[in-house]
Design a protein around this ligand. Structure first.
Ligand code: SF4
Length: 384
């Protein structure tokens, strides 16, 4: 089982809070980048992998337009054995799609779309520096369904400047009312180097911590009441619509990244390797046709994970999911009993009511309270 990720590093305009690897494309840059992606895909040995999910993320993949997206997707289909039931997702900004482009994307094989809605309040969207307004967001949600997408995610943000519990509730209820199958809900984070970091020093001017906690509670309660199951710290889905590609990240199945700054986790006979492709688009476009061993920057970043790192990742990533991790999987993976390594940590978190353990299945998970303070709990799983 392998996931494929394609990074599209372009956005119409940079949002004031965003530190993702993306920028507005220069003249002809989308085309030249797409050509580099085609070279990289053609140059990658599929090694008999069976692909269960494909995800175009960014940036704003929809900004590439259906023609370029179609060429890239087709190249992946030609190169890899992509299963008939594979989940094929793209991220889209509501300001960059219409019914025609969505129909074209659906027809070429995309089965899931993730729309960066963030809010349905114009003042909040403006404060974030988004290119779309409430009307665009609602139209995009409607158009995605009309184009035949039966698996739609809406990204929603909390702790936006000027946001209140009431306005968040209005957004959530209206988004739910559109019938989306999946909702991701992230709190605004002040990232160093972004305009927001300067504009709201130390978070002053943003909803305060107590309000943020109440917002998170509201999200959990409201989405739970209307039938969206929380399956990961920030992700909610109707039954059966959990994002398979992202579950792969949390369960640490293999994934291959394509494009500048794309990350990969590769399974080899002697262990698992992580690497990130060149962050410099010029270097990426220059070297995309070369075998990985000759792509200096990407290759230098490649390294085999130590057993300690693997154990930490197994816990950090697995515990993000409400299903938690299985003691049996830990044993299969590492040949060790999870309690030999983490017994003290698990037991003390259990005593605090932050973790649970089901002896019958061997499931170890964060409780609702544990999920609220997940960073603190996870820090205890560092092996060294
Ligand atoms: S559209 Fe998304 S990726 Fe692009 S700048 Fe805004 S938040 Fe960042």
């Amino acid at each position: 089982m392998t996931g494929l990720y394609v990074h599209i590093p372009f956005c119409v305009k940079k949002c004031a809070y965003c530190d993702f690897f993306s920028h507005p494309p220069t003249e002809g840059e989308r085309e030249s980048y797409a050509e580099a992606l085609l070279r990289e895909i053609k140059n990658t040995d599929p090694e008999g992998r069976s692909v269960t999910s494909v995800f175009f993320g960014g940036g704003t993949p929809s900004l590439m337009g259906p023609d370029l997206m179609g060429r890239i997707l087709e190249a992946l289909f030609r190169r890899f054995e992509i299963r008939d039931d594979a989940e094929i997702s793209l991220e889209a900004n509501p300001g960059t799609v219409d019914l025609k482009s969505l129909r074209a994307l659906r027809a070429m094989g995309f089965s899931r779309i993730s729309l960066g809605i963030q809010s349905l309040e114009d003042a909040e969207l403006k404060a974030l520096g988004r290119i779309h307004g409430r009307k665009d967001a609602l139209e995009a949600l409607k158009a995605a369904a009309a184009a035949g997408f039966e698996n739609i995610n809406a990204d929603i943000m909390t702790a936006i400047p000027g946001q209140s519990l009431q306005s968040l509730e209005r957004t959530l209820r209206e988004v739910v009312g559109t019938g989306v199958q999946h909702i991701s809900c992230y709190s605004l984070i002040l990232e160093e180097g972004t305009p927001f970091y300067e504009r709201y020093p130390g978070g002053s001017g943003l909803p305060d911590e107590d309000t943020s906690v109440l917002m998170d509670e509201l999200v959990r309660r409201l989405l739970g009441q209307v039938g969206y199951g929380r399956y990961e710290i920030s992700n909610y889905a109707r039954p059966g619509y959990e994002c398979r590609h992202n579950l792969g990240y949390w369960k640490r199945t293999e994934y291959l990244g394509f494009g500048a700054a794309a990350a990969s986790l590769i399974y080899k006979r002697d262990g698992r390797y992580r690497f990130t492709a060149e962050r410099d688009i010029t270097a990426y476009q220059r070297d995309a046709h070369l075998p990985l061993s000759e792509r200096r920057e990407a290759f230098e970043a490649m390294r085999r994970l130590t057993t300690a790192e693997e154990m930490e990742e197994f816990m950090f990533l697995g515990l993000r999911c409400t299903g938690g991790v299985l003691a049996g999987d830990f044993r299969k993976f590492f040949g060790r009993d999870i309690f030999d390594i983490y017994g003290d940590v698990i037991n003390s978190a259990k005593e605090e009511g932050l973790m649970g353990y089901e002896a019958s299945s061997g499931r170890i998970f964060l409780t609702e309270r544990g999920l609220e303070v997940s960073n603190r709990v996870m820090a205890n799983f560092l092996v060294e």
